[in-house]
Ligand binder design. Structure first.
Ligand code: FPP
Length: 229
């Protein structure tokens, strides 16, 4: 069977904020907000795969998030395993899983083995898909990524230029971000894809991440179709 042609258009990145406040407003524990956030993400992936989106990159867990209470961290890690386990629907939507973050074998990496395995398995099980690339940033921080790239240039005795830096990011194949979305009323970039999103349009919305769906994604995407420069 011939595969559909690869879509290589917009790169959309999401800072999925507001899970905790969403839960608090409903008198629920924060963990319920994250559970709803994972479901919202699964829905956004399904919707995005049908739009003109070639790359969807989401901020799943930052290098700063480890300081949260251990029970909350455990819960969020479990949700990552749940997301990476959605192989059947990812394959049904022709979505290829990808990951960026501190490499597991490098100093400072804190990704537990179970999450490492879930990431590796999802990448392997979806590697033949030719549609949208879903990149999950886990144990990710942009300044650490950029500093590491600079250090690798020095080690490699490579020229200090834009191409050398880009080639030494966690995933040099990630194209520049066209649209950066942040939910829940915060208008900050929070150390996410600072290099890749240098020329991105930015869409801030008051909508909490668990409530973010097709209408909100389409409104954000209209920023791209209004004028592409
Ligand atoms: C922000 O909510 C979100 C996170 C800390 C990241 C975790 C994201 C999810 C669990 C969504 C599903 C994603 C994956 C990849 C499984 P917050 O706790 O900062 O919300 P608050 O600002 O309202 O407290």
């Amino acid at each position: 069977m011939t595969q559909p042609p690869a879509i290589t258009t917009a790169h959309v990145a999401c800072i999925m904020d507001g899970n905790g406040r969403w839960a608090k407003r409903r008198g629920l524990p924060r963990t319920e907000g994250h559970t709803a956030g994972e479901e919202a993400l699964a829905n956004v992936v399904r919707v995005a795969a049908k739009r003109d989106i070639g790359w969807l990159t989401v901020f799943g867990f930052s290098t700063e998030n480890w300081v949260r209470p251990p029970s909350e961290v455990r819960h969020i890690l479990g949700l990552h395993r749940k997301l990476f386990g959605r192989v059947e629907e990812l394959n049904a939507n022709n979505v290829r899983v990808n990951w960026i973050g501190r490499p597991f074998d490098e100093p400072g990496s804190r990704t537990p083995r179970a999450v490492q395995q879930a990431i590796a398995k999802a990448i392997e099980d979806t590697k033949h898909n030719t549609g949208m690339v879903l990149t999950v940033a886990f144990d990710y921080g942009s300044r650490v990524e950029i500093t590491r790239a600079a250090r690798r240039i020095a080690t490699d005795r490579a020229p200090f230029d834009l191409a050398s830096m880009t080639a030494r990011l966690y995933d040099p194949s990630l194209p520049p971000v066209d649209l950066l979305i942040r939910t829940s009323g915060e208008s900050r970039i929070s150390n996410f894809l600072l290099w890749q999103a240098a020329a991105a349009r930015v869409y801030f919305t008051d909508c909490s991440w668990p409530d973010f769906g097709a209408p909100q994604l389409d409104e954000a995407l209209s920023l791209l179709t209004s004028r592409r420069a």
